[in-house]
Write a protein that binds this ligand. Sequence first.
Ligand code: ARG
Length: 470
Amino acid sequence: MSSSTSTHNQFDNKAQAWSARFSEPVSELVKRYTASVDFDKRLALFDIQGSLAHATMLESVGVLSATDLADIQRGLAQVQAEIEAGKFEWLLDLEDVHLNIEKRLVELIGDAGKRLHTGRSRNDQVATDIRLWLRTEIDQAIQLLTELRQALANLALKYADVILPGFTHLQVAQPVTFGHHLLAYAEMFGRDAERLADCRKRVNRLPLGAAALAGTSFPINREYTAELLGFDEVCRNSLDAVSDRDFAIEFCAAAALVMTHISRLSEELVLWVSPRVGFIDIADRFCTGSSIMPQKKNPDVPELARGKTGRVTGHLVALLTLMKGQPLAYNKDNQEDKEGLFDAADTIRDTLTIFVDMIGGITVKADAMREAALQGFATATDLADYLVKKGLPFRDAHETVALAVRQCESENCDLADLSLEALQSFHPSIEADIYEVLSLEGSVAARNHIGGTAPERVRLEAERILSNKG
Ligand code: ARG
């Protein structure tokens, strides 16, 4: 019964998990180098969930007896309880989460535990665990993105009429409403949520049944396992199922875009709170002081979020690089998929959670915004549009306004400060209604179309988001 001896050895702590055919043990360093338990134990509850479904399916097709299944269910429940209570002993010698759990199960229930791995390999097991875990992370991220969009929409509704300068090239361009500016980010985060929902479709497929790479000779029912685990589909090729990590790459790409958008917003928050600009204040709980300069209140959270964007983008590049050289099917390279993936999910979860709260706590300094919008001839385009409506070709109108701006610059005044006669000297068609056009309020109110900055539009868009339709 040499085979039963080797099975027994498999769960001897002193030996490697698969040790029977090896003549010498690996060094401590190699053991640490190749083990993943320190980080993949995070998948433990998903591993148990996958094992329960696998065992249930095996019993349904007659590969496991009802008694074995009952033992496995009882044993895994205890393992789960031990893990949740923090009493589970994780052993580096057992390499990874899968072998640690299996060994404890065998300790608890004996032979039935040894039968659990029938028709399965760690290769399809780990791919299943990651997908189960990632699915819940995606659901959380989508929920947080929704909350962040609602926080932005609430603020936008409150400040739909507040005007600040809109910039191009970081120079005053045209007046926009603060609400409109905020809703630009709500759009970005909306697309991020769509991307994650789309990625979820490809995450939510079952690898189990692929076994090591070629499938299994047992009469398995993969559709049943998929149903038990809430997977929408079954991976259609065993070689692909155990080896490709494109679903994780897609998630990291979506996460990197979330962070890119967060980073753009952070950049603006940092700019807006700087005393030089002073457009907003963020609550003290998101800032820190300086150990040397008593006057400082630093926007640490947005700065850190901007900084953390780099690591998530890094994880995306790392995963792409990890995948590109791998022949079919499973290679141990894939063990390197986890830490970056975990970190990407953790980073977006924490960042989004903090941002929901931080956006809700923004104080707006409408006067400073207005004052800034009054500088830099923000309504020059409105004057040009006015002339076009009077019949001038746009290029001529543009030229005419440029001359008027030049005069204002030399007189150090704004277009609206010019007398009607002075304005008419640039073009006789200008009438008294020009002052409404040159006002900040007139400028934004005029842009009343889908996607425009008019307060009325901002309110409609914000309400769409708040009612979950946008
Ligand atoms: N810890 C491994 C991983 O994360 C599990 C799969 C191991 N399979 C193997 N054939 N060595 O990828």
